[in-house]
Design a protein around this ligand. Structure first.
Ligand SMILES: [Zn+2]
Ligand SMILES: [Zn+2]
Length: 192
């Protein structure tokens, strides 16, 4: 009986349990973390801004970046440093995912849907595409043949040249403007 009471009323000299701060995630970039926090606060995501961490991770290969909303983390590929403009763009792309997650509050939202595109526009990268892959020089060397859609300027990279008799058109533009059928107006033009 005595033990029961003691368990209900802890001894007064028991020190309060202090919440222990989590150690910073490996590869954390303080400057980019501050930038990400500013961007998040600018869009009203204060709670996410307080927790956000931007980290470099060497294990990413061709992926430019990742967003981990549950951990309020943005993970970036260190090889992005070879493409200075890409660091900022990729950071904003991933921060847009955090914004969507913060505002969704558990609702299911498409990863690169209208909410994400809206967040991208608000973050200064309107028209951002969903592609997370890096224009890595090695990969480009393996795919030296470059074709461009005359309408949307999408670039197709291939290991081998398109055979002379094969006609290849931009899928996105054919879907949007030709009901999904091949349309010569959107046929790829060889750039290199
Ligand atoms: Zn994305
Ligand atoms: Zn196109």
């Amino acid at each position: 009986m005595f033990d029961f009471f003691r368990s209900l009323f802890p001894r007064p000299d028991t020190p309060p349990i202090a919440p222990r701060a989590a150690p910073p995630p490996p590869g954390k970039d303080e400057v980019l973390t501050r930038l990400a926090a500013d961007l998040l606060r600018g869009l009203g995501c204060d709670e996410m801004a307080a927790r956000v961490a931007v980290c470099w991770n060497h294990r990413l290969t061709s992926t430019a970046g990742l967003a981990k909303p549950a951990r309020a983390q943005v993970v970036l590929n260190p090889r992005l440093r070879d493409f200075p403009d890409e660091v900022d763009r990729t950071l904003r792309h991933e921060v847009a995912h955090l914004v969507v997650a913060a505002k969704a509050r558990g609702r299911r939202v498409a990863a690169h849907g209208p909410e994400w595109r809206g967040a991208c526009a608000a973050l200064g990268i309107p028209g951002e595409d969903r592609c997370h892959t890096l224009p890595l020089p090695k990969r480009q060397m393996h795919r030296p043949h470059v074709y461009r859609c005359p309408r949307c300027a999408f670039e197709l990279r291939r290991t081998r040249a398109i055979k002379p008799r094969t006609r290849l058109a931009c899928q996105t533009c054919c879907k949007q403007h030709a009901g999904g059928r091949f349309d010569g107006r959107f046929e790829f033009v060889k750039v290199r």
